[in-house]
Design a protein around this ligand. Structure first.
Ligand code: IPM
Ligand code: MG
Length: 358
């Protein structure tokens, strides 16, 4: 039975970059990857097509699929919609409906792009961090939440930051397992000096760590972690943290690498089913111009092959092809540097295909 793959381009540049990744998938399909692809709208496109950011048909499709490839969601034309109809709700709905609690966000610096980082080359050369972000709990989903009227006539907004022991334990174990396959160092990031949630988080992560004696576990407050990430990022191997801290730290880590346009991500459930997406957004400012960098989406396909389809050699081949395209000096505007050749979305995608076929 072939593997079912849902293709959700979403909004903005999502449409252009996913098209390039689909070309790569078609190439792999012609070369022995048994997949069946079905496309569906999500985010603003879901709202336009069916009146909500996660249409019922899209939800049914992803539930039956083994993996999901997502572009990006969001755009200025949807910003005035009520919160529950906004594109971001489609993304959050996918995460929670599919139980994708483990978000893997690698921050890898391609040696060819060392100059693109805003940090000194020696600070970032060889950078390879994996941020493991909890994705279906914490303040993003905690109840109660809302905006309410106070007795004195003003309003107050409120959200709830809550984590149960089992939620912390399962994300900690994902992070420890990944650390075992890498440098065997795990840094758990929290705010245990202020938050009770973090106090419990730290306790549970430490307890899970007793099953991983070979992994060196450390703990860091999130403010310090933000500082250390820009000061000496190479001290980190794997980091594990709550939903919101992971959101923030992963953007910072991405920027260390010079371009957020290069970084893929995986969001996994307990059984290896996953949603794969570039970590950048829908970039409405450059949408439709054919200049967006498709490499993060193409590299997301590599992660999919590795984590859901168990085809590590195909994943290696994609990553190597991307490396060779960079060696040839091809650059989309976001990673453009002196002496390189600027190309658009389609040319970049075609170049990867050419290298892959070589
Ligand atoms: C991300 C994004 C999302 C998040 C938004 C679009 C809801 O910033 O994937 O990091 O906050 O999780
Ligand atoms: Mg984010």
């Amino acid at each position: 039975m072939s593997n079912k793959l849902a293709i959700l381009p979403g909004d903005g540049i999502g449409i252009e970059i996913v098209a390039e990744a689909v070309k790569v998938l078609n190439h792999l399909k012609a070369n022995g990857l048994d997949i069946e692809m079905t496309e569906a709208p999500v985010g603003g496109a879901g709202y336009d097509a069916a009146g909500k950011p996660l249409p019922d048909e899209t939800l049914a499709l992803v539930k039956q699929s083994d993996a999901v490839l997502l572009g990006a969601v969001g755009g200025p034309q949807y910003e005035e919609l009520p919160r529950e109809l906004r594109p971001e709700r489609g993304l959050l709905g996918l995460r929670s409906e599919l139980g994708l609690f483990a978000n893997l966000r690698p921050a890898i610096l391609y040696p060819q792009l060392a100059e693109a980082s805003s940090l000194k080359a020696d600070v970032v050369a060889g950078l390879d961090i994996m941020i493991v972000r909890e994705l279906t709990g914490g303040i993003y989903f905690g109840q109660p939440r809302g905006i309410r009227d106070k007795d004195n006539g003003e309003r107050e907004g409120f959200n709830t930051l809550v984590y149960s022991e089992s939620e912390v334990d399962r994300i900690a174990r994902v992070a420890f397992d990944i650390a075992m396959k890498r440098g065997r160092r795990l840094c758990s990031v929290d705010k245990a000096n202020v938050l009770e949630v973090s106090e419990l988080w730290r306790e549970v992560v430490t307890r899970a760590g007793s099953d991983y004696p070979e992994v060196e576990l450390s703990h860091m407050y999130v403010d310090n972690a933000a500082m250390q990430l820009v000061k000496w990022p190479k001290q980190f191997d794997v980091m594990v943290t709550k939903n919101m801290f992971g959101d923030i730290l992963s953007d910072a880590a991405a920027m260390l690498t010079g371009s957020i346009g290069m970084l893929p991500s995986a969001s996994l459930d307990a059984d290896g089913k996953g949603m794969y997406e570039p970590i950048h957004g829908s970039a409405p400012d450059i949408a439709g111009q054919g200049v967006a960098n498709p490499l993060a989406t193409i590299l997301s396909v590599a992660m999919m092959l590795r984590y859901t389809f168990d085809r590590a050699s195909m994943a290696d081949a994609i990553e190597a092809a991307v490396g060779r395209v960079l060696d040839r000096g091809l650059r989309t505007p976001d990673i453009m540097a002196e002496g390189c050749e600027q190309v658009g979305t389609v040319e970049m995608g075609e170049a990867v295909l050419t290298e892959l076929a070589a």
